[in-house]
Ligand binder design. Sequence first.
Ligand SMILES: [Zn+2]
Length: 272
Amino acid sequence: MSTKKAILYTNYHGEAALPVAETKGSAPRRSHAQSKMTKHEIPQKSPQQARGGRAEAIYRGIFEAVVEHRLPPGAKLAEEQLGAIYGASRTIVRSALQALAHDHIVTIARHRGAFVSAPTIADAQDVFFSRKLLESAIAREAAQRIKPADVTRLRRILAQESEALRRGDRQKAISLSGGFHIAIAAICGEGALTQFLRSLISRSSLVIALYGRGPASECGHDEHVALVSALAAGDGERAAAAMGEHLDHIVADLTLAEREAEPVDLAAILRA
Ligand SMILES: [Zn+2]
């Protein structure tokens, strides 16, 4: 198995353009370059700026269908069928599916292929429990370390988020919300903590997409504004409390009910 080239994606929380190794085999591979590529790229990069191509079209097509509840959790994503729908080779389809698996949108099961991920209620609660512990501590620490440039960056994300909400662009709003939380962690550095949070946010974005009640279910914009005020004021305790309450509100707003996987017409959904 050899790595031929790296394909850049703007992942769905709108930040890291993760290079995904295009491989001949079926096992997901992480590019060595990935660790270098995740630095300092919080959400200024729009999906349009990311490198295009069919793999990206497949990534976005499936992601949007999941977020818009057109593709249900557990839906089978047959490589051959996706190749026919997008006019793409198996290699391209596979690299798109691997990128989606990396972002927890898709689960690749050995010998059974790819499916839309189906986080259970317990998974959803577990992810937000972890985020609350981690991000309350991050907020407390970030309030001590924040610099004027960080405040400017956070406010810029808030402005973009506000604009996405106004347009009713749910995918963009979820992306920017995730990017906002990562940007707070990045104030404390781009170390293991931030990388760990990226992974948790990927998972929770899927949970919000699946169990959210609609456009109002994403991170509350007003709560983000309050968080930035606490951080900018250097008030660690207020920032930690605001973060904890904010994450509690997101969970409270989810409609947590197990869903059954039903057979779906991939071509009708993805060509829509
Ligand atoms: Zn939020």
